[in-house]
Write a protein of this length. Structure first.
Length: 566
């Protein structure tokens, strides 16, 4: 067997991080700041902060076709166009073409993907919520899924740590189910939202309407500028006013001098050494040349995002792991979760005709979970929260009404009615049969096996949605709204872009893939800290939890490596 010692030496590092999104950026920052020479691999192109945000300053009239895709462009985004809120002229450069990476749906699954440096940290919704103590205990309590191997107290200092660096605006409320954090001043609610907060508190014990906790800076923070209330975050922020890998963690990693960033690098598999009993590196396909390259390291962090990480692990077969790296339990690819949303209510309100608001606030209100927290038990398990906002119709409604003459003058001079909507975000239980796997017979543009999904929302989620609608309508009615309408547009799993659970943490190697430090049970120098590691979905937006879990695991890995334990 011929072995290129020189090539291995040139391609060797202390650590490898796969992926540059929210968790990958944090892994890069923590490992490099701990002194590890770290290779960071990204399958997409490089995106430099500010320099590579092509639409960040464009006005509406500068975007062709009313900011909609042409029919020809839309052919490449048939799946991702289902959402109606992702792929547009000002954002199309961020999203993967479905025709480049097709996949099979046994049941509807909306897979939203962005392959570039920064990943979905450029396009995320920025709602940054901690899981509560109960969220780490409910699997054990009700028997769905396996017990989390960590508790809130294990993660609390890392929530503090990541919030302090990232910059999270928010209002402390003292709710145990929605723990307060290290907050910058909150973004202000408007007059109707403040009114609704007061009325909901009057009528409902335990329900609190507050401003959402967002990774948008309300004041300059660690060299980044404050939010300008443009609400163009998905285009990339030239002020660095919201947290992204490009604006925050990757520059911090680069500043150490210990990071080597390599874009256009598709990791196909992890190399497992049978004799050493550990991983020694990764195999990469160059996205531009399709050349195959191997890179080596003592520690490997898989942060390619839930599904992509799982695809890498499933494709990493060996005599020791014939069904995928770390898949002794058979749980790899199973328990796929997302949040279900699109169920709630909206209404109109009088009495605020003398009030308006200014700016385009990049935030929504938040009503933390209140169902199934105490002695009450609905006819479903777990719970949900609501997000939403109030706003007043403006002169743009004149275009919809096709008014002319004096009518147009009236529409421009006088704003329209105030409306408010509440949209529920519900927890999805971890079902073993909700799973994904690889199709090795059908390849994508780069010669990689494609994914197959067999995932669905079940009876528990559907029952929960009834309360998501009825409770929203009930709260709006109590706050004095009229013409209230409920809605239920469930879509498919994946629509929330919160994929989780396919390489879950757990105590027992027979029922889980990762241990309490996010190490693969049977391959301790491989760590997984993106959404794949989640043992349950809870109901909160999960990105802040990914940050905290990643910072915790990366610092542990650095310490263990220095001790010679990896």
């Amino acid at each position: 067997m011929r072995f290129n010692i020189k090539a291995k030496k040139q391609n060797s590092y202390d650590a490898i991080v796969v992926g540059t999104g929210i968790s990958g950026g944090w892994a890069a920052k923590e490992l490099t700041e701990n002194g590890l020479n770290t290779l960071v691999l990204e399958r997409g192109r490089n995106v430099r902060h500010v320099e590579d945000y092509p639409t960040m300053m464009k006005d509406p009239w500068e975007l062709p076709h009313g900011n909609r895709l042409t029919a020809e462009e839309a052919k490449h985004f048939e799946v991702q166009m289902r959402t109606g809120y992702t792929v547009r002229q000002d954002t199309k450069h961020w999203w993967v073409r479905d025709t480049d990476q097709p996949y099979e749906e046994k049941k509807r699954f909306d897979w939203m993907r962005g392959y570039h440096v920064g990943g979905k940290s450029i396009m995320w919704g920025r709602q940054s919520l901690r899981l509560g103590p109960h969220d780490f205990e409910e699997n054990a309590r009700d028997g769905y899924g396996v017990d989390w191997p960590i508790r809130y107290d294990d993660l609390k200092p890392w929530y503090d740590y990541t919030e302090e660096f990232a910059g999270i605006s928010g209002q402390a409320e003292g709710l145990p189910q929605a723990p307060d954090g290290i907050f910058l001043p909150p973004i202000e609610m408007n007059c109707v939202e403040k009114h609704a907060r007061e009325k909901i508190a009057e009528h409902f014990s335990g329900r609190v309407l507050t401003i959402g906790r967002f990774a948008n800076l309300t004041q300059p923070h660690k060299g980044r500028g404050s939010c300008q209330y443009r609400n163009l975050c998905i285009r990339g922020c030239p002020y660095g006013a919201y947290f992204s890998s490009n604006a925050a963690t990757l520059p911090a990693a680069e500043e150490t001098g210990n990071m080597t960033l390599r874009p256009h690098s598709i990791v196909s598999s992890v190399i497992f050494d049978e004799e050493e009993g550990k991983a020694t590196g990764v195999r990469v396909v160059d996205a531009e040349t399709l050349e195959e390259i191997e890179f080596y390291a003592d520690v490997i962090f898989l942060n390619a995002s839930c599904i992509a990480t799982t695809m890498i692990m499933l494709n990493s077969t060996s005599d020791r792991f014939p069904d995928g790296l770390g898949n002794d339990s058979g749980e790899l690819g199973c328990n796929l979760m997302d949040h279900h949303m699109g169920a709630g209510a909206s209404g109109e309100i009088d009495g605020f005709d003398d009030k308006y608001f200014y700016g385009r606030r990049p935030a929504s209100i938040h009503i933390p979970r209140y169902r199934n927290l105490g002695d009450e038990q609905r006819d479903y398990l777990r719970g949900f929260h609501h997000q939403g906002s109030a706003s007043r119709q403006n002169w743009m409604r004149a275009i919809r009404e096709l008014v002319i003459g004096n009518q147009l003058k009236e529409f421009v001079q006088r704003p329209g009615i105030w409306t408010m909507g509440l949209n529920g975000f519900g927890e999805m239980l971890p079902y073993h049969e909700n799973r994904m796997w690889l199709n090795h017979d059908k390849k994508d543009k780069w010669g990689m096996p494609t994914a197959v999904f067999d995932v669905e929302f079940k009876e528990n989620e559907l029952k929960m949605r009834e309360d998501m609608q009825n409770d929203a309508a009930e709260m709006l009615e109590a706050a004095g709204f009229k013409n209230i309408n409920t809605f239920d547009n469930i879509g498919g799993p994946g629509l929330g872009i919160h994929e989780m659970g396919t390489a879950r943490m757990g105590h027992d190697p027979e029922t889980s893939v990762l241990n309490r430090w996010n190490q693969v049970h049977a391959c301790k120098n491989v760590f997984v800290t993106d959404g794949a590691c989640m043992t349950s979905s809870a109901n909160q937006n999960p990105s802040l939890t990914y940050m905290a879990i990643t910072a915790r695991a990366a610092n542990y890995a650095a310490e263990e490596l220095k001790k010679g334990n990896l």
